[in-house]
Write a protein that binds this ligand. Structure first.
Ligand SMILES: [Cu+2]
Length: 134
């Protein structure tokens, strides 16, 4: 019986903390990769398409750690103030997600790997980022 009480208490504690765990800030980079030239990266390579979840009012910080510039467009979700549609190489931008919803952003490189003289495999990736604000 005592064990059950402990188990119930543990669940009661775990449930609210799980909701709190929703990130206020998500940090992402665009990095150079051999296959497809560029991809998303957090603590590991995430490929050309990735999805993150942030708390309402949360932020996604995107750093361009790749030698290319990217044109950023929103393809879905509540309207975001993107500002300058060009993400410049070596810079970082912060996007704030004020409304609930599913946002989809697309980033297309403004230079090709060929133009940049980069050795890559396959076609250059068009990057896609899905941000869910529950
Ligand atoms: Cu690239």
């Amino acid at each position: 019986m005592k064990l059950l009480a402990i188990a119930v208490a543990a669940v009661a504690v775990a449930a609210p903390s799980k909701a709190v765990q929703l990130s206020k800030t998500v940090q992402l980079s665009i990095v150079h990769v051999v296959r497809g030239c560029h991809g998303w990266h957090a603590t590991r390579d995430l490929g050309p398409a990735t999805a993150v979840k942030v708390a309402r009012g949360g932020k996604v910080v995107v750093r361009v750690s790749c030698s290319m510039d990217f044109r950023l467009e929103q393809v879905r979700g509540p309207k975001l103030a993107l500002g300058d549609p060009t993400l410049h190489a070596g810079t970082q931008r912060t996007f704030v997600f004020k409304a609930r919803g599913v946002y989809v952003l697309r980033a297309t490189s403004l230079q090709s790997s060929e133009e940049m003289g980069l050795q890559t495999l396959g076609a250059d990736n068009v990057l896609r980022l899905t941000v869910t604000v529950p």
